[in-house]
Design a protein. Structure first.
Length: 335
């Protein structure tokens, strides 16, 4: 995604006598003439067309098949290094990035707030320039989207959003790969979001319509998605002939949905709001009662970590739950 993996994969495939058919995941053929991702930042999916996101998913599925299923060794990033800035703790983002980058032959460098202080001991501009001289790309998990924007402006290497207050694009790529594996295609699916109007929802809103997916959103009053993001999502909906519905009734949002999706109600940095939020989100727990109004082929997603008040055990551990394949796919999509 960050380097010219398409060319490297083509060469590796030819050497090993392989074609690019994605046998298990039905992701279609690569759009090699239309998609150019080399050197680009990944700050939000609104900066990418549907064809470009489809290509990312195709490449993720191909890597997963060839490495996991066929046991191929593909050191495509040998000699490359990745700076990993983490202002917030993480399990899946850190593990998927470190193991995935290393599996491709690269060297990930983990930097916590004890190692690097964005805009405190050193300006964002200076940090961006130093990292550009020592690494080939940066993945940053930060509190503020504006910090990512400055890093991207000042750096001469690609910057990847590992999570911010506004967006979490790498999570959504994993979600879409998981749904693509399960349903065979994303087009025509109805996604039912039950929960907070947060960064996960924002990333879905910036991309779902580009795949022909409909989106039904239920949030408590006062916890709606960002108005500017909603406005842009409505534009995408019109352009792609899909539906976007915003409401406060979780049962209505679940009605007819193929995919029930929720997330934490209390993100890192919101701990002081816990009591208020728990009260506001009463009735938003995803349960089998809620699933009864969903489509007959419903599935469930949660990006983890999960708390019982968000979804009960019956749904979370049911055969309809895709949360653990979803977690694994963080690795293949970040690669």
């Amino acid at each position: 995604m960050l380097f010219n993996l398409r060319i490297l994969l083509n060469k590796a495939a030819l050497r090993n006598g392989h074609s690019f058919a994605v046998r298990n995941y039905r992701c279609g053929q690569p759009l090699q003439n239309k998609v150019q991702l080399k050197g680009r930042d990944l700050l939000t999916l609104k900066n990418f067309t549907g064809e470009e996101i489809k290509y990312m998913l195709w490449l993720s599925a191909d890597l997963k098949y060839r490495i996991k299923q066929k046991g191929e060794y593909l050191p495509l990033l040998q000699g490359k290094s990745l700076g990993m800035i983490f202002e917030k703790r993480s399990t899946r983002t850190r593990l998927s990035t470190e193991t995935g980058f290393a599996l491709l032959g690269g060297h990930p460098c983990f930097l916590t707030t004890q190692d690097i202080h964005l805009g405190v001991n050193e300006s964002l501009m200076d940090t961006a320039r130093v990292l550009s001289s020592m690494t080939d790309a940066v993945l940053a998990r930060v509190y503020k989207q504006s910090d990512l924007d400055i890093l991207a402006k000042e750096a001469s290497i690609p910057i990847v959003n590992g999570l911010s207050d506004l967006y979490h694009p790498i999570q959504i790529l994993a979600d879409y790969l998981t749904l693509q594996e399960h349903y065979g295609s994303l087009k025509g699916l109805t996604l039912s979001w039950i929960g907070d109007g947060n960064n996960i929802l924002h990333s879905i809103m910036m991309s779902a319509a580009k795949f022909g997916m409909h989106l039904q959103v239920a949030t408590p009053k006062g916890y709606e998605p960002d108005p500017s993001i909603t406005k842009l999502a409505e534009q995408y909906t019109k352009e792609n002939g899909t539906k976007l519905s915003l409401m406060n009734d979780p049962l209505e949002a679940a009605r007819g949905g193929n995919v029930l999706i929720t997330d934490t109600w209390i993100s890192m940095g919101q701990e002081e709001e816990k009591k208020k939020r728990l009260q506001a989100f009463q009735g938003y727990q995803v349960t089998m009662k809620m699933a009864k109004v969903a489509a007959s082929d419903w599935t469930f997603l949660h990006c983890l970590p999960r708390k019982p008040e968000e979804v009960d055990d019956e749904v979370f551990y049911s055969p309809r739950s895709l949360v653990f394949p979803e977690a694994e796919n963080r690795k293949w999509t970040i690669m």
